[in-house]
Design a protein around this ligand. Structure first.
Ligand code: NAD
Length: 491
């Protein structure tokens, strides 16, 4: 067997090996209902997960409360050591991790490896932050008193994570909650459970005490309702669509549970005429087609100055046509299938709608003819896309680059901001003054100029408007899981 066959064989056993994780133990109770996990490259099942019912969810809640009592009293240096070892575990098991993700989620191996590397970075960064939670003494009134502000873990955190970045997003939530001293009930996507299972295994082998992290899966709406209506949960965090975010906010409101919301995006890319159109298109395309476009910060609306619109479009088409579309686990693949059939249906509908509204299909636009199985969709470029096309309004989550040309800088900023979303925005220009002015005017939580590197452990990730609130990563991420308590004493 070759090394890649060995890795694939090991990865294909992960889902059935584990199960739910309750009170420090893996649970595969055969009496629980089960769900198939599908390989998006073949449409074949690759394992089954047990579904938690009310009694498993109650057990997770009780275990998390007990775990919180242990973990909040565990010294910050010990918490940090567990998180640091978790980062090391991921890095030293990177092949198993990457193949598992690629198998269940579809993305190309190189991307899966990079994503697990970023997840490890979050554990490492959070481990350092754990040691820097400091109390503050404020000059006190009346004389003879002391005001101490204590920054304490908020309690039990319910964390809901999606399928598009199944390692990164688990890490971006769990690492900071655990660093703060919280316990966590994790509900990963049922479509990508193996990746989450490996992260839980990493934490367990790194010394996380039982109960500090529980993992449940099953029917998402039932789980979120059960957890967010429990008095045992003190905070929640969700990444996913704006629609589901609003649903969870409504549930959390009944118990006044504070939530961190990392929701959808529809990132504009404004390309000014002073850049090299070929280089700009290649840089943008490298990110556009990553993860088959299924990323909340994916560049998803291209506004290109009319003077360079045609060469930019041609270079984007050339890049799209150079991608090798195939199973993510094949090392030759540079773009894998989409994660589920819902995305293929959505991609088809976006293309048809845009063409009906006047767009020109430059390449792609349909599943590849040589694949009769798997959720594949060709890398697609559309030009002359009108603003009323669905793809310019809804979050696309597809490997489709819609391009519209502009001539006036004020107009284009208006178009860029004319959306309910406000996650990421991109500017491409050689003029630093223009870059600063446009960055300032874009209504987004993040802006990148002449680059697309926004998701890093050391910088805050999050949006404004209906893209949500709260930040993951960066110096403030741990604050999402801390609560300030005033202690007033007589000195
Ligand atoms: P969806 O909107 O039903 O689900 C989105 C995510 O939320 C999934 O991971 C799902 O497991 C989870 N979810 C759904 N209902 C839930 C509930 N009641 N409680 C907890 N979690 C719940 O549908 P979908 O088809 O998976 O995705 C649709 C769109 O959502 C995508 O096209 C994309 O626009 C958006 N999305 C965004 C992100 C992101 O990173 N912001 C991630 C995944 C999906």
């Amino acid at each position: 067997m070759t090394e890649s066959n060995d890795n694939l064989a090991a990865a294909s056993k992960v889902i059935d090996k584990y199960g739910l994780f309750l009170n420090g133990e893996w649970r595969k109770d055969p009496s629980l209902p089960r769900l198939d996990v599908i390989n998006p490259a073949t449409e074949q099942p690759i394992g089954q997960i047990p579904c938690a019912g009310p009694s498993e969810l109650d057990e997770a809640l009780e275990s998390a409360r007990d775990g919180f009592e242990v973990w909040r009293h565990t010294h910050a240096w010990e918490r940090a050591a567990v998180l640091r070892k978790t980062a090391e575990w991921i890095r030293s098991n990177i092949d198993l991790c990457s193949y598992t993700m690629s198998l269940e989620q579809g993305k190309a191996l190189a991307e899966a490896t990079r994503e697990f590397g970023m997840a490890a970075d979050h554990f490492e960064w959070a481990s350092e932050e754990a040691k820097r939670i400091t109390d503050t003494i404020v000059p006190a009134r009346p004389a003879g008193t002391t005001s101490t502000l204590r920054h304490l873990p908020v309690g039990v955190v319910a964390a809901f994570t999606p399928w598009n970045f199944p390692a990164l997003i688990v890490a971006a939530k769990a690492a900071y909650a655990l660093a703060a001293g919280c316990s966590v009930i994790l509900k990963p996507s049922e479509e990508t459970p193996g990746t989450a299972m490996l992260i839980v295994q990493a934490l367990q082998e790194s010394g996380l005490p039982g109960g500090v992290l529980n993992m449940v899966m099953g029917v998402p709406a039932e789980i979120s309702k059960h957890l967010l209506s429990s008095p045992s949960v003190n905070a929640g965090t969700f990444t996913g669509s704006t629609a589901v975010g609003k649903l969870l906010m409504g549930q959390a409101a009944q118990m006044l549970i504070p939530m961190t919301m990392e929701l959808g995006g529809h990132a504009p890319v404004i390309v000014y005429p002073d850049v090299d159109p070929k280089k700009a298109a290649e840089t943008a395309a490298g990110i556009k087609f990553r993860n088959a476009g299924q990323a909340c910060v994916s560049p998803s609306r291209f506004y290109v100055h009319q003077d360079i619109a045609e060469p930019f479009t041609e270079s984007m088409v050339a890049y799209a046509e150079s991608l090798v579309v195939g199973p993510g686990t094949d090392p030759k693949t540079t773009m894998g299938p989409m994660s589920n059939s819902r995305r293929v249906e959505a991609a088809n509908a976006f293309v048809q709608d845009a063409i009906e509204k006047g767009a020109t299909l430059r390449t792609g636009g349909a599943p590849p003819k040589d694949q009769n199985k798997g959720y594949y969709f060709c890398p697609t470029v559309l030009s002359d896309v009108s603003d009323d096309s669905r793809i310019m309004i809804e979050e696309p989550f597809a490997p489709i680059a819609p391009i519209k040309s502009f001539s006036d800088s004020d107009d284009v900023i208006g178009w860029a901001n004319n959306t309910e979303y406000g996650l990421a925005g991109y500017v491409m220009t050689e003029d630093p003054k223009r870059a600063a002015a446009v960055s300032d005017r874009l209504e987004t939580g993040m802006v990148a100029v002449n680059n697309f590197f926004l998701a890093m452990a050391e910088t805050p990730f999050g949006g404004v408007k209906q893209s949500g609130f709260g930040r993951e990563g960066g110096p403030d991420a741990i604050d999402e899981f801390l609560v300030t308590k005033l202690v007033k004493t007589l000195s």
